[in-house]
Design a protein around this ligand. Structure first.
Ligand SMILES: NC(=O)CC[C@H](N)C(=O)O
Length: 368
């Protein structure tokens, strides 16, 4: 069983806090993937919050291919962070030669584009870079979006942090939102793209569990949107459905839960909104999920969410102080980073709700 965790804070935090949240939970994963997505960035990217940030891991040739592509498509490089790794012997990490985090200015003429056109440009650019690197076997690209940084690796999270100097708290990387996952592979090959969280057009998501409707979800999703690709982990289906319901159909977020874990027909019959709920069940049955699962997500407006499968077969807990809130598979992670919080205020979400944390750290519980 993987472990998932996230922190939303009023003051910027560094990755070491997210690692301290995750490490006490290490019994639950097998070093098959560690990743984190940082959003609402401070540190070295603070002056470029509105400019798209590319996160990739590649070879030297891969870096060259990306540069050529970006030049040819008139993206102008603004700022860059290329970590100089700590290569001490004995670290459990399957590192790539280069990690590149680079802000670009939009191509000329982008100021006339609508928000939707810009979002499509960024997605299409990421997909094109992914294809380029994949075909050449020279690297991986994880996100290309303003104010979002993704780091993915295979190995022991503690060693990965050492490799990237994340224990040093040197102020380079800081954010008000971090989502992290330590993976236990229950799917197929161990590959970088399978490390959660996954990212798509402002939506971030990681999961703990199994989606036994993976094949059904995947076949349907492939026909819905060009961004629904890869499927290296069954959990990517949760992200695609979140994006589809909220971004493509533009439905209120509450319907996400009704799509992935609909109420039983007997319960729907008792509800005032039974026509809508029945229509959803009938038309989007292929997006229902099954199996034990908990997910943590972040929306384009930076709200953070969590919800569980319909039987609550995977744990999750939320703890908070005045300035910081954390979601975690296990309470021991929260105890580590917030030992002095009021534990009586911890929230254990139930199987029929979505928890939404807004940017003031107010917690809303939306009953399905
Ligand atoms: N152990 C887990 O929770 C695994 C999550 C998911 N099934 C994956 O392999 O990516």
């Amino acid at each position: 069983m993987c472990r998932i965790g996230s922190i939303k804070s009023k003051v910027p935090i560094q990755p070491s806090t997210a690692l301290r949240l995750m490490l006490p939970q290490q019994e639950g994963h097998d070093n098959s993937g560690f990743a984190m997505v940082m959003q609402d960035l401070y540190g070295i990217f603070s002056n470029y919050k509105d400019k798209p940030l590319l996160s990739l891991a590649c070879t030297q040739r891969g870096a060259q291919l990306v540069e050529e592509y970006m030049d040819a498509h008139n993206f102008v490089q603004l700022a860059e962070w290329i970590p100089i790794p700590d290569k001490r012997p004995g670290l459990d990490i399957q590192a790539m030669p280069y990690y590149i985090f680079r802000n670009y200015d939009y191509p000329e003429g982008a100021e006339k584009m609508t928000q939707e056109q810009k979002e499509n440009l960024l997605l299409d650019t990421r997909l094109a870079l992914r294809k380029l690197l994949e075909e050449a076997g020279e690297g991986f690209v994880y996100s290309f979006w303003p104010d979002v940084l993704t780091l993915k690796e295979i190995g022991d999270p503690r060693d990965i942090a050492t490799y990237f100097h994340l224990w040093d708290d040197n102020g380079c990387l800081a954010a008000k939102s971090i989502v992290a996952q330590c993976r236990q592979n229950t799917n197929y090959d161990i590959v970088r793209y399978a490390a959660h969280p996954f990212f798509l057009q402002g939506y971030t998501l990681c999961a703990n569990g199994e989606n036994t409707f993976y094949t059904k979800n995947k076949e349907f999703q492939k026909s819905l949107h060009r961004g629904y690709i890869g499927f290296e982990s069954d959990s990517q289906c949760f992200l695609n459905t979140l994006h589809y319901v909220h971004h493509e159909l533009k439905w209120p977020l509450t319907y996400y839960k009704h799509v992935i874990t609909p109420l039983p027909f007997e319960e729907i019959e008792q509800r005032e909104d039974k026509d809508v709920l029945t229509a959803i069940r009938q038309s989007l049955a292929n997006l229902e999920i099954n199996g034990p699962n908990t997910v943590i997500g972040v929306l384009p407006d930076n709200r953070m969410i969590t919800c569980c499968d319909s039987k609550k077969l995977r744990p999750v807990v939320i703890g908070r102080t005045d300035d910081m809130l954390a979601i975690s598979s296990e309470v021991c992670g929260i105890n580590e980073i917030m030992p002095d919080r009021d534990q009586t205020k911890d929230i254990y979400p139930n199987e029929r709700e979505i928890i939404v944390i807004d940017n003031e750290l107010e917690v809303q519980r939306w009953k399905q």
